[in-house]
Design a protein around this ligand. Structure first.
Ligand code: ADP
Length: 247
């Protein structure tokens, strides 16, 4: 039998905020080498799940593992060092810094010392330019980040994520608020980076993008997965329609 290698996995992950159960005993496995989509109605716990997995918040219970190693409760920079990169729903960049500077300080999760050392290093600048070329905004390297379009800011954030050479990239709504031309470019880029061996977990509301981009779709409802499979199957799953329509 052919077995796919496990990338990120959670067992009975749970997070409550006061009386609200945001993630409710979620047991999920993402497979290595795939573009995985995480979809579900607003408030179904997708962002909280991301935050628990990447160390932004501590889960109340349950576990998170990466390639079989327990990473539950690790700080964001230790999660990053394990090889997991992420973007944020509301793009996180420094608006008053240039595009190039933004990519150089994207290593900030590795601590101030490495940040200061890294920013001076010619080699780092070369790598930053490499990733700016890859995401297609190298011509903007001297622009202030505040002056480029929102879609370009998302590409900038992705270039920063790529600086850490992650094996797993988690993207929170890469197409959200982005114009259609750039959505196509972001999709193509994800496909290329995946073909080079990177695994993706993508939270996305744009169903056209989810269906064309992903190998495997996991549907969240009320804090846990309720269905998963190839996009074509998940699309017609009655449980999924019910979750979205609330019938
Ligand atoms: P999604 O990303 O699927 O839209 P979220 O993870 O943002 O879902 O939210 C899941 C639930 O948890 C929602 O009911 C939301 O209101 C609640 N929630 C998320 N973050 C917090 C927080 N910091 N404090 C209180 N409630 C929160």
């Amino acid at each position: 039998t052919v077995t796919t290698r496990e990338s990120l996995a959670t067992v009975s992950l749970r997070k409550t905020f006061g009386g609200v159960t945001a993630v409710d005993d979620a047991t999920v496995t993402f497979h290595e080498g795939k573009v995985n989509a995480l979809i579900g109605p607003n408030g179904s716990g997708k962002t909280t799940f991301f935050n628990c997995v990447t160390g932004m918040i501590k889960p109340d219970s349950g576990s998170v593992s990466y390639h079989g190693t327990d990473i539950t409760g690790r700080s964001p920079h230790r999660v990053a060092r394990a090889g997991i990169g992420r973007s944020f729903q509301l793009c996180r960049i420094f608006p008053r810094m240039t595009v190039l500077e933004n990519v150089l300080v994207a290593h900030r999760t590795h601590g101030l010392a490495s940040l200061l050392k890294g920013a001076r290093d010619a080699d780092q600048i070369e790598r930053a330019r490499h990733w700016l070329r890859r995401v297609g905004i190298d011509h903007l390297e001297h622009s202030e980040a505040a002056d480029i379009s929102y879609g370009q800011q998302k590409l900038l954030e992705l270039a920063g994520v790529l600086m850490a050479e992650p094996d797993l990239i988690m993207l929170d709504e890469p197409a959200g608020g982005v114009n259609p031309a750039l959505i196509g470019r972001i999709g193509t880029l994800i496909r290329e980076l995946n073909a080079e061996g990177r695994t993706f977990v993508v939270v996305e509301h744009n169903m056209e993008m989810v269906m064309s981009l992903s190998d495997h779709v996991i549907v969240f409802d009320r804090g846990r997965p309720i269905a998963e499979g190839p996009p074509s199957e998940v699309q017609s799953d009655p449980r999924v329609l019910e979750a979205y329509l609330g019938v």
